[in-house]
Ligand binder design. Structure first.
Ligand code: ZN
Ligand code: ZN
Ligand code: ZN
Ligand code: ZN
Ligand code: ZN
Ligand code: ZN
Ligand code: ZN
Length: 1751
């Protein structure tokens, strides 16, 4: 069937290919009805090309479509061969000065913070790099796809709109020329014809809704009826649900289902079945049934294949159109014209309209194709961009409503184009005036929020997930409003004013619906049953915050607009609060001889709301009146007489009282919803248009009132009036035993009220309220943040409010107030407050949370103590108020205020325990301080125009009047100064008294020259200057005017209210742990120290007594004692690998005996160095195991360690471990039975060993033949003298130690080979030696890379670990099978000394010599112990070492010196050089002519020395730990002659070549045999590669300095499995540099029976399970180990402020921090990645739950 179809298809293809495009086009040119002709062509061919089978065949389809369908169109359009036609067009075209590059997902984009008109203006990387903005403050983000580069758009940039490339394309003539002039008439006509037909065809077919029927023009007779079951994408169902459903419905494999689901997700639809109608319908019903349970079902349609075919071609056509118009601006213009031409149905019937209006019905793939076309056509043509904008605005309401009901993300909606249109200032302005866009947006928004309460305010239902989803969509309208407002007009036309104010009206309607929403009533008695809904209202407020601010900014720009807006806003506010005094009997309050009428209202008993946007907007506008001086210039235009101060302050005061009461604990029963609301009310995201404006509103109202009246109303709203109007309130407390809670509550309320007064008088840093500018405001915020503690840049940014452009304005002022301190290796850069700024510190700064306030207080006092100053924190000197607010200072000297102060001081003097609190007193002292500062300021700045009316000092000197006859405030302060219970406040009181006296002095000195006189003189003097006089006169007029207004305003006085706050605090402090580096101090000795051989320095190992960390008992390490063990972690490693493509394929068959020099897979052992009894550890481990088993059964939680795999955490340091190493004494000293003086030389020794091996072979053979019974010829083996192969040595170790030898050996074997544990396996000892060798090699590399000396610089945990590991490896043979080890030795030995019995051994090019050395030395005792001839073990060690060293030298000579041709060191001078030259000649002789020309001796010797160094260093470490000989002091430091010292320590001649000369006879034979090896020959003939020496250390890959180039690299990376798709989580392997498609279904693979993500899969080949990655989009380092372990780690990229940006949220330019990258590299080289993950997971349990294997 399949092949039948196949051949049919091929037959059709052939016939199709015979069509001629030229002929068809020719026919079309002749046609009378072109449309019909073309449609017939399409109707005939499209179904033949597209959708011929169950699966799309894009390549074939594209090829045929180009040939049969598009080809003719191109011919027609060009009127000639398009191969010539298009290049001609392109040449004639003037390239655009607009870049317009459409961004791919994940591509980096750049915005200039200095020059971009708004943050949506972005550049592509290429344009950015060629622009001036590179040098500016820029932000970098990754694009979510869609959107395009704004390079060349002069409206988008304040400066530098062109990059160097696009600058070349600016036309000299400024005016726009018609692009059509480059085209011929004919061409225009043809293009018009074909575009009109094709565009209409595409639109018609894409918006076609019937499933089974084609449009009549496209129907053909005799079509075959095949169908598709088409599955559509939605954002409701998960990937898993879709995959599961598909497997059931269409009976496919999981892989196929994943494929379907991926395509559906990407393109928006995919056919999942092909066949007859019934067959498809059946699949549809299964899918619908399966997905309709909880949610709405997946959308599925059964569609006729020819419809699908035409739709596929329709999309192809749109793409084609997009590329054709790229040839010429003229073609582009024609397409725009065709697209926007009104259709037959009148308005909104153009093709473009049709597409937009169908947007939400189209599938994702279709949408993005036509969006792209719009972007490359309509938005790239300046003329049509404007026309399109109008169409878009006309359809706005419809498009938004479609979007709100649609379930696709915004980036797939046409509504998202608003950002491209509305952010263009000229377009936005035009749409506001011509299409009334502002009003449209706001009205549309309101229409979507339908629920209102009886007063017409918004009411939000419970905030469900679905509602939140809908609500989020509605919010995009606010974003549109923001775009429209973001660029502010400089010129106002009347039309713009008119339309803006109309929009402002609509906006006020919106705010009106918010004023008073979500009202709350205090819950008494019981807790509320259900937390009321509050989030939606706050979300709305938060989203609107910038819009509200921008509305004010717009108003500020035009006086007329400001005045009108102010009037409108006031009118709406009055509507909101009409009749707030209705039905209430006013009450009269009296205090200190003042009386005021107010309403009866208690916050604690009636409804109160936090949402007061109308009041707050009015407050904002009022400040603008002051700032712009409109209030003084046009008072007659303002409705000032309508202002009722008591009404203005009432609601904000209630809101602030609510906060105070919440803080006093009166609203506890109202639950968290209220606490949260109060939190956000003060939060930096909201406060600018909430809390801050409430303070301003109070300031506004109070400035127009008698301060005494205000204070009384405030007392009443705080429900404190009774307390202060009752003279003996304080005394009553001590007598009556009043409820303590109530007292506490009242105290808090008093404190809060005082705090509010401090704020009302002290907060003058908004321009317009005080004489300050915006810079002063931001400086003050920063000063107060830094008063708490030094902060990082991002912390500061978070603490400061951002404007609509996401700017805080911090950078411009930070230098003035703070110093930057650079970060170290961890942590981040910090800003510290400059010392001279501390004088501006205000303890009662209104944006401090309570926690911040007390921290700041503590920090500032500490600072003062450090500077040996007194610890008073007096109020700072404040800037003067603007005239409109100037009367506020009078609060401080009002009678009621003095009464409040006096009362509280009185309580403090009487000092009864209840009625007052220290913080109450502290606030009163602060207020007194403020008043004194104020008075002093007034006196110092006394000018000709003013008489100082601020006489606080006089007032506080006066004693109270009868009847109370209380002492004066001053007198009470003097009393309190000596009160022992007020020690903390003494400094402050002293400061007050001092300031008081200072003021008195100023007053006294100034009273000698009366104020009036002074004024006169100055006036006269200044009149000399005419100019000055004129200015003076004007100022005078202004002053009079001002005074008039002030009088007018203060005329209207009435009523009331109050305030408070509540906040959260969190601190997290982490302390770093440090490890110490200990010296292993050497023994001082005169004789040179020698590590091995017969001349080895004799060391009496000191007794080693250790303490068990578990039972705390001490024990000596001895052979026959119970075992002591070190916690250890064994892991496979590829850190030293020189070939990452090589890994152990089949661990069961793998033979590890010889390590290849590529070191591709080693076994590393590490330890934290903590010691335990073996039995204590055993018990501990059993307990952990039992606990985990229970825990896993109970709640299937993961732990950071895998008990089943033998993992546990060190009981002391929680370091991840998976086995233990026994502690041992140097094993050689145990078996070194004899010490002979007469020892064999190398030649003799090799001979003897060879004989012994031969004897063993014979013996083995006999045994085997004996066992196979056929014993024919019993040849008596010739045993060398003293060799007793029957001798079996006694094991010296205790049972416990033996057990541990097996335990660790088995663990190494198990982990190293990833096999099941089997202690009998002959590979166990090999793995132990290998791990010893490998671990030493890694440590040698680290020391080398860090340029540290070989000895004396290892942390003691590594020192202990290496010592134990080496000694363990040396002792392990005693626990292994004797004959197995012996056999290993023989094989190893044969690799150097040939033995025909052991064929097929690797050549010397393919053996890592250090591994060979370690294995030989450690297996040698099995042979040696049977030798009773008197040879010493140490002699053997030395000969083995010499032999391997020589082999290594040959290895080096063979591989290293092939490249350079010597630096003309003509005559070899040194003996080494001569010797090595001679050796090289011998080698050449053996190797034949294959070796290269003979280099100089100097060069040879140099490369030998360099090449062998790592080996010698490793050997020194090895023998040091094996034999315990201390290292000579010379190699414990970096210095000259290291090589010579090493040689001496290792018992080597420093002229290494001497070794060959001494043993030339045997060596020549050996060299010859090595060179005769086939592999070596092959290498010499150039037939293969070999590792050369010294091997370079592996490093992590090089990273670019600029992070954005990584982002760019990643954006060009596409998923390797799903054909050209962009990867969602491109992730870079830092070990090998491979880019991976992480965290995605497409790239999951199966690993050991489980599906794993690309990263996990990669770690198995690249890092033996361990991986270090950089997640490029997130800028985050990822550590992985195995399938279940992982953690994130700080990336090595920092911004200019010394901070990382994980998640790339801030977008500051990031640069590589080399030190931090080195730190990561070191973790890797030290094999600490797994350990790091363990620690991270222990510290943060949520990391344990992540499915790391899916990354
Ligand atoms: Zn660009
Ligand atoms: Zn450019
Ligand atoms: Zn710039
Ligand atoms: Zn113990
Ligand atoms: Zn430990
Ligand atoms: Zn890799
Ligand atoms: Zn992929």
């Amino acid at each position: 069937m399949a092949s039948e179809l196949e051949s049919e298809v091929q037959a059709i293809d052939r016939s199709l290919l015979e069509c001629s495009a030229e002929e068809t086009a020719g026919k079309w040119l002749q046609a009378t009805d072109l449309t019909r002709e073309v449609y017939q062509h399409l109707a005939h061919y499209v179904p033949k090309i597209y959708c011929r089978g169950p699966n799309p065949a894009p390549q074939r389809e594209d090829m045929l479509a180009q040939h049969v369908l598009l080809g003719p169109m191109e011919w027609y359009l060009c009127g000639e061969d398009p191969a010539f036609g298009f290049p001609k067009l392109e040449q004639a075209n003037k390239p655009s000065h607009l870049c317009g590059r459409v961004f791919k997902v994940g591509e980096p984009t750049y915005s200039c913070r200095d020059c971009a008109v708004d943050p949506t203006c972005v550049l592509c990387m290429e344009c950015f790099l060629g622009s001036i903005h590179r040098e500016h403050r820029y932000r970098m983000t990754t694009s979510g796809g869609g959107g395009f580069c704004d390079c060349g758009d002069t409206e988008a940039w304040k400066e530098g709109p062109y990059c160097t490339k696009h600058e070349l394309n600016i036309s000299e003539t400024e005016e726009e020329e018609d692009p059509l002039i480059h085209l011929t008439e004919d061409m225009i006509a043809r293009t018009y014809n074909i575009f009109a037909i094709m565009f209409r065809y595409a639109v018609d077919i894409l918006t076609w809704e019937k499933e089974n029927e084609l449009p009549p023009d496209l129907e053909v007779v005799g079509k075959s009826d095949t169908y598709y079951c088409m599955l559509f994408n939605d954002e409701v169902h998960t990937y898993e649900q879709v995959i599961y459903t598909l497997q059931k419905a269409v009976n496919c494999t999981q892989k196929e289902a994943i494929g379907f689901a991926t395509t559906v997700d990407r393109d928006g639809r995919r056919s999942v079945r092909y066949g007859d109608f019934q067959y498809c319908e059946q699949a549809k019903s299964v899918i619908v049934r399966n997905t309709s349970r909880q949610t709405k079902p997946l959308k599925v349609q059964v569609m006729h294949s020819s419809i699908v075919a035409h739709q596929s071609f329709g999309l192809k056509l749109l793409t084609w159109l997009g590329s054709i118009i790229g040839y010429s601006d003229g073609l582009r213009r024609i397409l725009c014209q065709v697209g926007l031409q009104e259709g037959p149905d009148g308005e909104n019937s153009s093709l473009v309209d049709k597409l937009m209006l169908c947007d939400s019905k189209l599938w994702k793939g279709a949408r993005s194709v036509y969006h792209q076309l719009f972007m490359s056509s309509l938005l790239m043509d300046l003329k049509y961009k404007k026309l399109f904008a109008i169409h878009f605005a006309k359809n706005y309401e419809r498009l938004q409503s479609d979007y709100v009901t649609d379930d696709h993300d915004r980036e797939f909606s046409i509504a998202d184009l608003s950002v491209q249109i509305f952010t263009v200032p000229s377009l936005a302005r035009m749409l506001i005036t011509e299409e009334n866009l502002m009003t449209t947006i706001i009205k549309t928004f309101m229409d979507h929020l339908k629920h209102r309460d009886v007063q017409g305010r918004f009411q939000f239902e419970r905030y469900t997930a679905l509602q939140a989803f809908k609500f989020r969509r509605v919010q995009s309208l606010i974003l549109d409003l923001k775009y429209v407002l973001i660029s502010k007009p400089t010129d106002w036309s009347d039309e713009l004013r008119h339309k803006f104010l109309e929009g402002f009206d609509a906006f006020l309607e919106l705010l009106k619906c918010m004023q008073g929403m979500d009202p709350i009533t205090r819950q008494v008695g019981q807790h509320i049953e259900m937390e009321p809904e509050w989030e939606a209202a706050f979300t709305l407020q938060m989203k609107l915050t910038h819009v509200i601010s921008m509305m004010q900014d717009w108003c500020a720009l035009d006086e007329k607009v400001l005045i009108e807006a102010y009037k409108k806003c006031l009118a709406v506010l009055m509507q909101c609060h009409s009749g707030f005094t209705d039905g209430e009997q006013p009450i009269t309050l009296t205090l200190c001889g003042h009386a005021v009428d107010t309403i009866r209202y208690c916050v604690s008993q009636e409804k109160v709301s936090i949402h007061l946007p109308v009041s707050r907007l009015l407050a904002g506008l009022h400040v603008l009146l002051s700032k712009s001086e409109v209030a003084y210039k046009f008072p007659e235009l303002l409705p000032l007489s309508e202002l009722s101060p008591p009404m203005l302050i009432e609601h904000p005061l209630r809101c602030l009282v609510l906060c105070a009461q919440v803080h006093a604990g009166m609203w506890r029963r109202n639950g968290f919803s209220l606490v949260n609301q109060i939190y956000y009310y003060h939060n930096v995201k909201c406060r600018r248009e909430m809390f801050d404006k409430d303070i301003v509103m109070l300031q506004t109202g109070v400035s127009m009132m008698d301060p005494n009246h205000f204070l009384m109303i405030m007392l009443s709203r705080f429900e404190l009036y009774q307390i202060f109007s009752t003279p003996d309130y304080g005394k009553r407390f001590s007598s009556e035993n009043t409820n303590k809670d109530v007292v506490q509550q009242n105290n808090t309320l008093i404190e809060e009220m005082l705090y509010l007064i401090i704020m009302l008088v002290g907060e003058r840093f908004s321009p317009g309220v005080g004489h300050v500018n915006a810079t002063d405001e931001i400086k003050r915020e920063i000063i107060h943040q830094l008063s708490i503690r030094p902060m990082a840049h991002s912390e500061l940014v978070k603490a400061l409010p951002e404007d609509e452009n996401k700017e805080t304005g911090m950078e411009s002022v930070i230098e003035a107030v703070a110093c930057f301190k650079k970060p170290g290796l961890t942590g981040r850069g910090l800003y510290e407050l400059k010392p001279e700024c501390t004088k501006d510190f205000n303890l009662y700064f209104y944006h401090f949370s309570r926690a911040e306030q007390s921290k700041a207080e503590e920090a500032q006092r500490k600072l003062k103590r450090q500077n040996r100053e007194d610890t008073a924190l007096p109020p700072p000197v404040l800037p003067p108020f603007c005239p409109l607010f100037a009367s506020l200072v009078n609060i401080l000297q009002s009678d009621v205020m003095l009464c409040i102060m006096g009362t509280i001081l009185q309580w403090a003097v009487e000092h009864n325990g209840y009625a007052w609190s220290e913080s109450m007193l502290q606030r009163v002292l602060h207020l007194i301080g403020m008043a004194l500062q104020e008075e002093k300021q007034h006196l110092e700045n006394v000018s000709e125009e003013s008489v100082v009316t601020f006489t606080f000092t006089q007032k506080i000197s006066k004693p109270g009047e009868s009847p109370s006859n209380s002492p004066s405030i001053l007198a009470m302060l003097e009393t309190l100064q000596n009160a022992p219970y007020l020690e903390v406040h003494k400094d402050m009181i002293r400061w007050i008294l001092k300031t008081f006296n200072a003021i008195k002095k100023i007053r006294e000195s100034s009273s000698t020259s009366p104020v009036a006189e002074a004024e006169g003189t100055i006036m006269e003097e200044s009149s000399k200057d005419k100019d000055k006089a004129e200015r003076k006169r004007k100022a005078e007029i202004a002053r009079l005017r001002r005074e008039k207004i002030m009088a007018q305003m203060s005329e209207m006085q009435r009523h009331f209210i109050d305030e408070n706050k509540e906040l959260f605090q969190q601190t997290l402090e982490l302390d770093a742990s440090t490890s110490t580096v200990l010296d292993n101090s050497p023994m001082i000795s005169d004789t040179p120290l020698i590590a091995l051989g017969p001349e080895q320095t004799q060391i009496t190992e000191q007794r080693q007594i250790v303490t068990c960390i578990l039972c705390q008992e001490e024990q000596e390490v001895k052979v026959d004692n119970k075992a002591m063990v070190l916690a250890a972690f064994v892991q496979r490693s590829t850190v030293l690998s020189k070939n990452r493509n090589k890994f152990i394929q089949d661990p069961e068959k793998y033979n590890p005996l010889f390590m290849h020099p590529e070191l591709s897979c080693g076994t590393h052992t590490g330890s934290c160095g903590h010691i335990m009894h073996a039995h204590c550890w055993q018990r501990y481990f059993d307990a952990v195991q039992a606990k985990e088993q229970r825990r896993q059964q109970r709640l299937r939680v993961h732990t950071s360690y895998d008990v089943e795999n033998g993992e546990f955490l060190c009981p002391l340091c929680e370091c991840l471990s998976n086995t233990v190493i026994p502690l041992l004494l140097p094993p050689r000293s145990i078996s070194n039975r004899l010490d002979f003086s007469d020892q064999p030389n190398l030649v003799q020794w090799i001979k003897t060993i060879s004989q012994q091996i031969k004897a063993l072979q014979i013996l083995r053979k006999e045994e085997s033949t004996l066992s196979s019974e056929n014993s024919e010829s019993m040849i008596e083996p010739q045993f060398p003298e003293g060799f007793r192969p029957d001798f079996q040595p006694k094991n010296p170790y205790s049972e416990s130690i033996k057990e541990m030898l097996t335990t660790f050996g088995t663990a190494t074997y198990k982990v190293g080979l990833k096999v099941h544990p089997n202690e009998e396996d002959p590979r166990v000892p090999i793995m132990c030696w290998g791990s010893c060798a490998y671990t030493i090699q890694t440590i040698e590399r680290i020391l080398n890379d860090e340029e540290k000396p070989l000895f004396g610089h290892l942390p003691c945990r590594q020192d202990d670990c290496l010592k134990s590991l080496t000694r363990f490896a040396a002792a392990h043979w005693t626990a292994a099978s004797f004959s197995v080890v012996q056999e290993h030795f023989c094989t190893l030995f044969a690799s150097l000394v040939p033995n025909e019995k052991y064929g097929n051994l690797p050549s010397i090019l393919d053996i890592d010599m250090f591994h060979l050395l370690v294995s030989l030395v450690l297996s040698f005792p099995t042979l040696q112990c049977q030798d009773f001839s008197g040879f010493s073990l140490t002699t053997g060690d030395l000969h083995i070492f010499h032999l391997v060293t020589m082999a290594h030298i040959i290895q080096i000579l063979l591989t290293s010196c092939t490249e350079e041709n010597g630096m003309d060191q003509e005559n070899p001078t040194g003996e080494e050089e001569l010797a090595v030259l001679a050796l090289y000649k011998t080698l050449c002789h053996c190797a034949g002519s294959a070796l290269k020309e003979i280099p100089s001796g100097w060069h040879l010797w140099r490369s030998v020395k360099a090449g062998i160094m790592p080996f010698l260093r490793c050997s020194a470490l090895f023998f040091h730990y094996l034999n315990g000989v201390p290292a000579p002091s010379e190699i414990q430091v970096i210095g000259a002659n290291q090589f010579e010292h090493l040689c001496s320590y290792l018992s080597l001649p420093s002229n290494l070549i001497c070794l060959f000369q001494e043993n030339s006879k045997i060596m020549n034979t050996l060299i010859e045999s090595w060179c005769n090896n086939n592999e070596v020959k092959k290498y010499l003939e150039g037939g293969r590669q070999a590792i050369s020496y010294a091997r370079e250390s592996n490093k992590l890959i090089d990273l670019p300095d600029d992070y954005s180039s990584l982002i760019n690299q990643a954006s060009n990376f596409s998923c390797p499995k799903s054909g050209g798709d962009k990867s969602r989580a491109p992730t870079l392997c830092l070990v090998c540099g491979t880019m991976l498609c992480s965290q995605s279904y497409c790239c999951q693979t199966e690993l050991e029976g489980e599906d794993v993500g690309a990263c996990t899969a990669h770690t198995y080949t690249c890092g033996s399970g361990v991986g270090i990655f950089l997640r490029v989009r997130e800028c985050q380092v990822l550590f992985l180990a195995g399938k279940t372990k992982g953690c994130f780690y700080a990336p090595p990229y920092l911004d200019d402020y010394g901070e990382t940006d994980q998640g790339l949220r801030r977008g500051n330019p990031l640069h590589l921090c080399k030190e931090r990258f080195k730190k990561i590299q070191k973790l890797w080289q030290q094999h600490s990645i797994t350990e790091e993950i363990g620690h991270a997971q222990e510290a943060n349990q949520t990391l344990v739950g992540i499915d790391w294997q899916h990354l």
